[in-house]
Design a protein around this ligand. Structure first.
Ligand SMILES: Nc1ncnc2c1ncn2[C@@H]1O[C@H](COP(=O)(O)OP(=O)(O)OP(=O)(O)O)[C@@H](O)[C@H]1O
Length: 273
C-alpha cells in the first residue's frame, strides 16, 4: 500500500533566514525518528545539494531541472534511481544553476503552477515526508512548491524587516488558496531561527512576531539558536547532529548540542501534529 506522505514547503522570500539549514537538519531529525525523508532542492543556488555533500552541483547529469523540463515538454520522467541521491538518513532531489532556466520555461508552460506537484506525485510514493527548500523569491518555483505542499513552514530570523516579509508571504499563500492552486494548503507555522534570546533586539522581534501573528499562526515552540557551529556544520556538509557526534571534547559538544535539540524537538512537533 502507498504510504501517506506529508509534503512540507520551507518558504520565505527573504534570503539567509535559515531555509536550507532548517530543511537539511529537520530532514535529518525526521530520519532519525525513523521516517523516510526526501529533500527537494528548489533553489538554483544548489545550497541544499552542497549541504548534502555534492561539491559541484553544476556537474550533475540529472537534477530537479531535468525533471521539470521534461514535465513541461510532456516527456517521460526518468526512473527515480537515476536522479535521487542517498545520504544516511535522507534522500535528495538535487538542483543546480539550470533551475534558473526552468523559472523562465515555466512562464509559458501549461498548468505552470502544477509542474512540481506532478513530479512529486510520482516520486514521493516511498516517503513519509518530502521537504522542499525554496529559493528566496515568490516567483513560479516557490508557487510550484506551495501547490505541491500540504504544509508550509516559514523560517524567520528575528530581524527588523522580518514582519513585513511574513505579511507578503501570507498574502501569496492566501492567493494560492483563493485561486484554487492548492485549497488544502495549511500554514504549519513560523520557525524562529538564528535565535539569541539574550539579545534585547531578538527578544523585541520575538515579541513583535507573537503580537502580530501569534493569534493567527502557530509559532513553533522549538527555536533554532544562532550558533557559529551550525554554520560550520553546513560548510562541512554535515547535519548539526553529525557534527555533534564527531566532536570528542565535552566543550565542543556543548557548542552545538542546543541546535541538535532544537531540530530534534521541531521534528517531534511535526510528527505529533
Ligand atoms: N542557527 C544558525 N546559527 C548560525 N548560522 C546559521 C544558522 N542557520 C543558518 N545559518 C547560516 O546562515 C547562512 C544562511 O543560512 P541558509 O542558507 O540556511 O539560509 P537560506 O534562507 O536558505 O538562504 P537563501 O535564501 O540564500 O537560500 C548560512 O551561512 C548558514 O550556515
Amino acid at each position: 500500500m502507498e504510504k501517506k506522505c506529508t509534503t512540507i514547503a520551507i518558504v520565505n522570500q527573504k534570503g539567509g533566514v535559515g531555509k536550507t539549514t532548517s530543511t537539511y537538519n529537520l530532514g535529518w531529525e525526521l530520519g532519525k525518528l525513523g521516517k523516510k525523508v526526501l529533500l527537494v532542492d528548489l533553489d538554483s543556488q544548489g545550497n541544499l545539494t552542497m549541504q548534502s555533500g555534492v561539491q559541484r552541483p553544476d556537474e550533475l547529469r540529472m537534477t530537479i531541472s531535468t525533471l521539470m523540463t521534461k514535465s513541461i515538454y510532456d516527456e517521460e520522467l526518468p526512473a527515480k534511481e537515476e536522479v535521487i541521491l542517498h545520504k544516511e538518513l535522507v534522500d535528495l532531489l538535487p538542483s543546480n544553476i539550470e533551475l534558473s532556466n526552468v523559472e523562465i520555461q515555466l512562464v509559458n508552460a501549461t498548468m505552470r503552477e502544477f509542474v512540481l506537484k506532478g513530479i512529486l506525485d510520482e516520486y514521493k510514493t516511498d516517503y513519509d515526508y518530502v521537504l522542499i527548500d525554496c529559493m528566496p523569491s515568490l516567483l513560479m518555483l516557490p508557487i510550484n512548491a506551495l501547490a505541491a505542499a500540504d504544509l508550509v513552514v516559514i523560517p524567520v530570523a528575528p530581524e527588523f524587516w522580518a514582519v513585513k516579509g511574513i505579511e507578503a508571504l501570507f498574502n501569496t499563500i492566501k492567493t494560492v488558496k483563493k485561486k484554487h492552486i492548492n485549497r488544502k494548503l495549511v500554514i504549519g507555522g513560523i520557525l524562529i531561527t538564528k535565535y539569541t534570546p539574550k539579545l534585547k533586539s531578538t527578544k523585541e522581534m520575538e515579541n513583535i512576531i507573537m503580537d502580530v501573528f501569534g493569534e493567527r499562526i502557530h509559532v513553533y515552540d522549538s527555536k533554532i539558536p544562532s550558533l557559529s557551529k551550525v554554520a560550520d556544520a553546513g560548510k562541512l556538509s554535515l547535519s548539526v547532529r553529525e557534527l555533534h557526534d564527531k566532536f570528542t571534547i565535552k566543550r565542543e559538544k556543548e557548542s552545538i548540542i542546543k541546535a541538535v535539540e532544537a531540530y530534534e524537538s521541531l521534528a517531534k512537533e511535526l510528527v505529533e501534529n
